[in-house]
Ligand binder design. Sequence first.
Ligand code: ADP
Length: 392
Amino acid sequence: MMDHLMGRADPSASPAGSAIAAALQDAEALYLSLVEHIPICMYRVDLKGRLTFGNSAYLKDVGRPLEELLGKTVFDIFPLEEARKYAADDRRVIETGEVFRDIEEHQARGEVIYVEVLKFLVRDHLGRAVGVQGLYWDVSGRKRAEDQARKTMAELERSNKDLEQFAAVASHDMHAPLRRILTACQLLEKHCRTCPESETGELYGFIVSSAKQMQELIEDLLAHSRVGAFNKPLEPIDCNRAARTALANLQLVIREAGAEVRLDRLPTVFGTYMEMVQLFQNLIANAVKYTEKKTPRVELSAELRQSEWLFHVKDEGIGIPADQRQRVFEAFHRLHSESEYPGTGLGLATCKKIVERLDGKIWVEPRPGGGSEFLFTIPNRAPQADPPERAE
Ligand code: ADP
């Protein structure tokens, strides 16, 4: 039967033979139409890597007619790096006889796409290896969806971790002032009828300050958890306006500290307005708070560094010990007691969350004459009309 089909006898010589010949013709026509119309690039190379066949999808991808490509190797067809990899993969298929499957980057008509690749050994009717058959097809859409899903998963894991940390620490931190309020109230109740008024006033003061502390903690926790929570789309934000709003919100604190805050001309970046205000506000508030100076001076500026804006917030404050410069960005990590410097330990963690959501980085460095310099980057995605100059 095989000999017959291989052409050693004329299949159409008998009625049965002509039926077989017709069936063979049909099968070949079906094969050809499939190969030519299927949106999968198909090619074949011999053992020396010379092209012996390419279907329409392949020729369209390469952008050259078959006559030009026959006998050529990948080195005549693709960029060198790509060609090296293709040739090595083909060689492995020939040497091992194993099927090759991978998802790889591929340049198609000036664009980088992702393709799924399948390669296997081609044998002749005697079972001898004669070349490699390769198939590849565009999976960019799937790859992008998978990358997005991976990013979302990582974001979910991160926010779950945040939540766990909050649950553990916040419950502890919130209980402390609450317990004090309760104790003070019980004492107040006991003493109210008999003790002098001044003592009662002191207890009232204690209750109020504890309640305030609790309120600040809850407000800071809310601000922290709200960063990126509503999936608000990023838009061009004028940092000059955001920084001025932050200063207005801190008006009282700045006046009480007798601080001078100088704003340089700032750029427009992609972000959300409230988060940019929060970022400037937390950094300026700390610069004004953590100081022993009578007139603390704070400076806010930015400069363009290649593809990103680098912001500086410089103060003349008490500085941060070297071994604490990373840890201060952790939620609830404080270096001082409430009586030394009040706070919740969430300000810098919120700054970090805001900056990282914008694909930036934040860190702190010591200043030569004392004090700290907080630096953060934000990618320069928005079109910039003019570079920042010093505002008068
Ligand atoms: P909070 O100010 O509420 O304690 P932050 O997260 O803003 O929380 O800051 C964490 C810690 O980092 C602070 O407790 C303080 O010790 C230190 N810190 C922050 N900013 C400065 C600064 N500008 N100078 C010196 N120390 C700072």
